[in-house]
Design a protein around this ligand. Structure first.
Ligand code: CU
Length: 455
């Protein structure tokens, strides 16, 4: 749970305040508490405590930054700092992030709010925060050296601006950007519409696509990697430990996916067609929306899509680049499919009796056998479902649609039980009684409630 603590004492806070007299005059209170998150698990959404009502977002394996009101201004305190992030159970990375975690906490506010964001730099080098997609004064844009001087280590700067539009935005450093983003510094900035009746949804999930290159057995990402990352993450988390997207039947669901990696990611969701309803540029007008089952998320961009959760089940959601649903792997492994290794195996076993030939019939073996791995390393393929190994990793999770889940309940309901007659089965020479009894007019696939699943 939330563990708030005052990171700076009163004297340090006074010394750290930005030098602009105009800004310091508006601040008649000390620094807001810098909330700190120690858990890598999905935290309950923060319900609105002031201003217009909204349905808060849920950051998978993440959390939302608390705020306070100060003379009508919504104040937040971000702390840029080294963090230890659990990428999955059994693998921790030494990253840079915000307030104890990578990705940083989600900042959530409402169109029309004025926000004041204190940014304390506890990194060993300078940093800034760029507010990707927000409309704001040039001097608040967070490009080090262009918008304002970079924030030196140990100092606190203030960003302050009015939220003139609703939508999905991101934040990240614009100072030594290649290094700081490779180290995990990024987060979401959500601005809810002032009118609660504008495009309301029941569930609103956030996924930030990011990537790391961490050699098996080590902890720190290789910051010079440009393309060949070995850990493809959602909110700095990998399958099998990315929490599921838990949904109640007939909920209106929005999924917002941002991409701060260096390649595109076609995000594919099973079981549904959906409509693209937003980008980081704004909301898509109803007449301009388009249907998809995979949505390509370009580099440096965000896409939001929505669907009505009519179909019960456990539905995979994943990046469709198959190397992005694997954990750390070498790309220089030779292909052995079709190779007869039996003679070679005999020779090798003379000196190495435990030797096992691999890869001659594909690589699915990898998911079932437990080979010894270096410390702090997760297998390339992982995860067990109710019927066997999932053989996935990286950018993969499950949308779990169930009957009667209470609003605000995101706890894992377990695996879906397929009703009789609705699951693939082995042909054993004769159709089972249930299938024989089905006449051709009966359909086992649920019909959509509407001609198009989104209204
Ligand atoms: Cu991908």
């Amino acid at each position: 749970m939330m563990n708030r603590r005052q990171l700076l004492g009163a004297s340090a806070a006074g010394a750290a305040l930005v030098s602009s007299t105009a800004w310091s005059k508006t601040t008649n209170m000390g620094l807001p508490d810098a909330a700190l998150m120690e858990s890598p698990l999905t935290q309950a959404p923060l319900m609105p405590s002031s201003g217009p009502d909204y349905n808060p977002v849920v950051t998978l394996n993440g959390w939302t930054l608390p705020s306070r009101m100060n003379n009508g201004v919504k104040e937040f305190h971000l702390v840029a700092e080294p963090v230890e992030r659990e990428l999955a159970d059994g693998m921790t990375a030494y990253l840079w992030g915000y307030n104890g975690q990578s990705i940083g906490p989600t900042i959530e506010a409402v169109e029309g709010d004025r926000v004041r964001i204190y940014v304390t730099n506890k990194l060993p080098e300078h940093t800034t925060v760029h507010w990707h997609g927000l409309i704001l004064p040039s001097g608040m844009d967070g490009v080090g050296g262009l918008s304002h001087p970079a924030i030196p280590p140990g100092k606190t700067y203030i960003y302050e601006f009015d939220l003139v539009k609703s939508g999905t935005f991101m934040y990240h450093p614009h100072a030594d950007e290649m290094v700081q983003m490779a180290m995990g510094m990024m987060g979401f900035f959500i601005v809810h519409p002032k009118d609660p009746a504008f495009m309301p949804v029941d569930r609103d999930f956030l996924i930030m696509l990011n990537a790391f290159d961490i050699d098996p057995g080590s902890y720190v990402p290789k910051i010079m990697t440009m393309n060949d990352f070995n850990l493809w993450t959602w909110n700095s988390r990998i399958f099998p430990d990315i929490d599921p997207l838990v949904v109640s039947k007939n909920d209106r669901v929005r999924v917002r996916v941002g991409n701060l990696t260096m390649t595109n990611h076609p995000i594919h969701m099973h079981g549904y067609d959906f409509e693209v309803t937003g980008t980081d540029g704004g909301w898509v007008r109803p007449e301009a929306r388009w249907p998809e089952v995979s949505i390509d998320i370009p580099v440096g961009a965000m896409r939001a899509y929505e669907f009505d959760a009519e179909y019960l089940g456990d539905w995979a959601i994943h990046c469709h680049k198959s190397h992005h649903t694997m954990n750390a792997m070498g790309h220089d492994v030779p292909t052995f499919i079709g190779v007869d290794k039996s003679k070679l195996t005999k020779k090798i076993r003379v000196v190495q009796p435990e030797y096992m030939p691999m890869g001659t019939a594909g690589m699915a073996d990898m998911a079932e056998m437990s080979m010894e791995l270096p410390n702090n390393t997760i297998p390339m393929m992982a995860g067990w479902g109710p019927y066997g190994p999932l053989e996935m990793g990286g950018m993969f999770s499950v949308v779990k649609v169930r009957e009667g889940i209470s609003a605000g309940d995101y706890s894992d309901p377990g695996w879906y039980e397929n009703p009789p007659g609705t699951q693939a089965y082995e042909w054993t020479g004769e159709l089972p009684e249930l299938a024989k009894a089905t006449d051709a007019a009966t359909t086992i696939t649920p019909a959509p409630l509407k001609a198009s699943s989104n209204g």
